[in-house]
Design a protein around this ligand. Sequence first.
Ligand code: HEC
Length: 216
Amino acid sequence: MKSKGFWLSWLLIVIMVLISSCSKTKSKPELLYTPNMTNSPALKAQEQDSKDLNYRANRIPVPGTVPRDYEPYPYATADTVGPARELINPLLPSLSILQTGQKYYNTFCIVCHGPKGDGNGYIVPKFPAPPSLLTEKIAQWEDGRIYHMITKGRGNMPSYAFQLEPSQRWAIVHYLRVLYRAAHPQPQDLEEMQRLKLDFTEDEPDTSTVSRWPKK
Ligand code: HEC
């Protein structure tokens, strides 16, 4: 006499073989364990949503919604540069802050202002040449004024307030100082580079291999 457990495990094996053969023979299994997950109504951010009036998967937040830890920026327009220039950069230009600045500069600014900040971005000449950030003028600008420029934009330059958090904008400001110094090196900078055997060629991101647009 076999035990109950023996027959039960046989029964389980038979059921499992039946279920797995169902799903193997057809490309689409007929038996769905969790139909809600298989046919999930979730949409990716940029997809179309046929249920939305404007086919938008991205919903517009309820009016008045603000992100967590949001602090209102008091200088509403590009013309309020006067008071904005007095804003103090809360960050010190440590190596990690500069690396953060480089990361976000290379994400958001590089297309127009170029890897070196000379205004020679990948989008030029399709886009009317953006100004160089390596000028004496920008060197004289207070950190707050550059921060205001990133926050509010001006003319053909859009605002980056939605893409960049305040600390990321301030880190970029520090990084712009580095780009300026790299374009105007002091004799001791060059000596230091030779001593450390640095050449910074790898700092420039290589975008030559991947080009998805425009499609040929
Ligand atoms: C779409 C292209 C574009 C992008 C991206 C862009 N800018 Fe600009 N930027 C411009 C243009 C065009 C101007 C000149 C605006 C004007 O004529 O008023 C400008 C002006 C500036 C100025 C003032 C220069 C001057 O001499 O007055 C600063 C500083 C600056 N940008 C920094 C940045 C930073 C930092 C980023 C990234 C967060 C950035 N820009 C991203 C196009 C761009």
